[in-house]
Design a protein around this ligand. Structure first.
Ligand code: PLP
Length: 442
């Protein structure tokens, strides 16, 4: 038995076969060990051999693996909803369990639409999002996302969406402008776009609190999301925060938006929720949204076969308990600060490093041809791809992204190691990345 008939992420090309996991390491079939410095794409927050999560899955498997949610709920699904709401942003009251991030975003978009229908505002159907964003690969989520490269081929299939500027301080803040003023300026683009479309036509604004896949851990500036919240409230527009990548403790708080002092109407999570042990995501919404549907048609017209899957919910309960009860958020903050310090020490003066950014164990390094002018590398050089390859050879998994970032070609590497990382391993990540950078950029 081999790999010949598998249709994976890419067509053709040999990639190693993963056969084992040991803490923060993945082991391939030749015995080579790789430090999982990006948790896949910010998934594996507990590493690859967490016994408590494995036990929780096995325990549930001994009881029952699956019962269709059209007929039954399950104990782990109920427990997971309780656990999530106990830690959720203010006002968030209900949990809709799905199997991943794109599904969570699709559910959020459809819930927003149905909410306004139930409220008697049927014209509200328009979504506003940001250019520098990724919300998933299914058609609704892809339409919301602002990543041109991912959207281009499928453009004729995508719902019309408005995209405003992201918060991208490194490139967006003008000389002499304070970070706060910059944040207000770009947030106010939402106001302008709502006015242009007519508030009565706008359903929701969706954004990642800390941008992941398209930009490499780009945090907002202070006050940005508070202004966004004000604008949404002024026009009755729902605020959807997509925490599929940055949520579940990745930035040092269970929900990234806690650090902005803002509560959304809907928030989506996935990745770290199952920590890679099971595929699971969730869409959480406010009591007001839930009530509008419960007291209206009584039925959210949506659903998937595997939503609320008991094995996935059992795994997520165990993951959440590990994150919230075993001091792992403290370790995210502590090791995140160390990772930031080490990255700055090693790359802070590097001729081809333009920006080092992020929060907690969610860090991005942006590479440029000229750090003074911020001129990006020629995309033909494929710097991010080459860095990924060189790091992989050195035994480090990091998540690269090349291509256009808000209209500018750029290359960055995202680091999102497991929350169990120790001091020595932080050094290992930075040392291996440094080897890769020397190999590719000198
Ligand atoms: N939303 C964000 C912010 C993401 O980063 C991703 C995946 O990278 C998704 C949604 C889609 O999640 P999934 O790949 O689980 O469908």
């Amino acid at each position: 038995m081999g790999q010949a008939h598998l249709f994976g992420r890419s067509t053709g090309g040999d990639i190693p076969v993963a056969v084992g996991g040991d803490g923060c390491y993945i082991i391939d079939s030749t015995g080579k060990r790789y430090f999982d410095g990006s948790g896949g794409a910010a998934v594996s927050c507990l590493g690859h051999s967490d016994a408590t999560v494995a036990e929780a899955i096995k325990g549930q498997l001994d009881r029952i693996a699956f019962a269709h949610t059209g007929f039954f709920s399950s104990a782990p699904a109920g427990d997971l909803a309780d656990l999530l709401i106990a830690h959720a942003p203010a006002g968030i009251d209900r949990v809709y369990l799905v199997s991943g991030g794109s599904e969570a975003v699709e559910a959020a978009i459809k819930l927003a639409r149905q909410y306004f229908l139930e409220k008697g505002e049927p014209k509200r159907s328009r979504i506003i999002a940001r250019r520098q964003s990724y919300h998933g690969n299914t058609l609704g989520a892809l339409a919301a996302g602002g990543n041109e490269w991912r959207r281009a081929q499928f453009a004729p299939l995508l719902a019309e969406t408005s995209h405003i500027s992201p918060v991208y301080e490194y490139r967006g803040r003008q000389a002499g402008e304070s970070a706060f003023d910059y944040g207000q300026r770009v947030a106010n683009e939402l106001e302008t776009e709502i006015q242009r479309l007519g508030p009565e036509n706008v359903m929701a604004f969706i954004a990642e609190p800390v941008v992941g896949a398209t930009a490499g851990a780009v945090p907002p500036v202070e006050g940005y999301f508070k202004r966004i919240r004000e604008i949404c409230d002024a026009h009755g527009v729902l605020l959807i925060l997509d925490e599929v990548m940055c949520g579940m403790g990745r930035t040092g708080t269970l929900f990234a938006c806690e650090q902005e002092g803002v509560s959304p109407d809907i928030v989506t999570i996935a990745k770290g929720l199952g920590a890679g042990y099971q595929p699971i995501g969730a869409m959480l919404c406010s009591a007001a949204i839930y009530e509008a549907i419960a007291s209206g048609s009584g039925f959210f017209q949506h659903g998937h076969t595997y939503m609320g899957h008991p094995l996935a919910a059992a795994a997520a309960c165990a993951v959440l308990k590990r994150i919230t009860r075993d001091g792992l958020l403290d370790n995210v903050l502590d090791k995140g600060a160390k990772l930031d310090a080490r990255l700055n020490e090693v790359f802070g003066q590097h001729a081809h490093v333009g920006d080092i950014r992020g929060r907690g164990l969610f860090r991005g390094v942006e590479f440029v041809e000229d750090r003074e002018t911020k001129k990006p590398f020629d995309p033909k050089r494929g710097v991010a791809k080459a860095l990924k390859k060189a790091a992989f050879e050195a035994g480090l998994i990091c998540y690269p992204m090349g291509g256009t970032i808000d209209g500018v070609n750029g290359d960055h590497v995202l680091l999102a190691p497991p929350f169990i990382i120790d001091d020595g391993q932080v050094d290992e990540v930075v040392d291996k990345l440094s080897l890769a950078v020397s190999k590719v950029l000198g």
